[in-house]
Design a protein. Structure first.
Length: 358
């Protein structure tokens, strides 16, 4: 067992109560957690974007966890722009932060910024994505290859190993986009050679995803599966299916089986309503909690090693000097069944953060 601080069951309720209180205060115009001059360690958190329900949920959780950990919080938003992230890191340095959490969407271009922070002895926790090069204190992420594998197994089972599917990829400049794409393709080739996959790069852009899905459905009317690598494509996918008269229940032979990633409340509602069929719940709450947990640990001079944690995850060494805490991310379905060996949670399971916030 890797010592990572208080057990998950013992602290999560307290942290989430603090998060709810912080959100209520924010609605009344409260500043970020901590007060200037309070003596609490000051940390910087760069939010990667605020145009998706998933990242807005992450943003909502962060102040409460910072407060519960006794951290003074400074925040920025890089809006999916690595140049802005670099500028935001410079601002954090000038503010004298003791650590930085960031979620770089371009995982190659962030290397010089990481080097600068390392030279200043400012520890970095990478959230959701893993930089291609450079050192960070910890990566807080789920196993993104498992996302692609779970989506593949679900669609393979539902389609009986035959047919055509569209994969709406994220940004292949991101390790997340690459991991999900490679794992989905590898799983399909190895287990369902009778399924044809049309891969479409979208740069995490919902409008691009909708346009490409519409083109594919026109060119290949036999398509009966869609894998969206994130909920960024949810609204557009449903709109296209509705326009094509394909937004029908799962018992209708025209039904197109849709698997998403994120686990936002809208996805869970759409599963319940039969509009989509599954998602992989990416833990927005745990990302916020453990990003700050590891920043505090770094400030306190703690260190970690590969192995099981006390909060249901596993720390793995992804390359020399870089550890990754791979947090749990379950498959979620309408019935909570097992699909080709992959267990799932039912869409209304109260352990899912999307139900907690929904």
């Amino acid at each position: 067992m890797v010592p990572v601080g208080p057990g998950r069951n013992a602290v999560t309720t307290r942290f989430r109560v603090a998060a709810v209180l912080a959100l209520a205060l924010a609605a009344c115009g409260s500043p970020d957690a901590g007060q200037p001059g309070s003596g609490a360690p000051v940390v910087g958190v760069d939010y990667p974007r605020s145009d998706t329900d998933f990242w807005n949920s992450y943003i909502g959780y962060t102040p409460g966890f910072a407060d519960a950990l006794g951290l003074e919080l400074r925040t920025t938003n890089s809006q999916n722009d690595v140049a802005k992230l670099t500028a935001n890191a410079q601002a954090f340095i000038s503010q004298g932060v003791k650590g930085v959490a960031m979620a770089p969407q371009d995982t190659a271009a962030i290397a010089p910024t990481l080097a600068q922070l390392e030279a200043r002895k400012i520890p970095v926790v990478a959230v959701d994505t893993r930089p291609d090069t450079g050192r960070v204190f910890m990566v807080v992420r789920a196993d993104n290859r498992a996302y692609g594998e779970k989506a593949c197994r679900f669609l393979g089972a539902k389609l009986g190993g035959k047919g055509e599917v569209v994969m709406l990829q994220g940004d292949l400049a991101s390790v997340n986009g690459r991991d999900r794409t490679e794992a989905f393709n590898d799983c399909m080739k190895a287990n369902y050679p009778g399924i044809t996959v049309y891969g479409e790069a979208t740069n995490w852009d919902g409008a691009v995803a909708a346009q490409k899905l519409q083109t594919d459905l026109t060119a290949h009317p036999g398509i009966r599966g869609v894998y969206m690598q994130s909920s960024f494509a949810l609204a557009g996918t449903l709109q296209v299916l509705r326009q094509k008269d394909l937004l029908v229940g799962p018992d209708d032979p025209r039904h197109v089986f849709v698997v998403s990633n994120d686990g936002i409340p809208q996805e869970l509602a759409d599963i319940a309503g039969g509009r989509i069929d599954a998602t992989v719940s990416q833990p927005a709450d745990l990302y916020a909690e453990y990003a700050l947990h590891y920043l505090k640990a770094a400030i306190d001079g703690r260190s970690f090693a590969p192995g099981a944690t006390d909060h249901g995850s596993t720390i793995v060494q992804v390359r020399d000097g870089v550890l990754e805490d791979q947090l749990p991310a379950p498959l979620v379905t309408a019935d909570g069944g097992t699909y080709d060996g992959v267990p799932s949670l039912k869409h209304d399971d109260r352990s899912l953060w999307g139900n907690e916030r929904g």
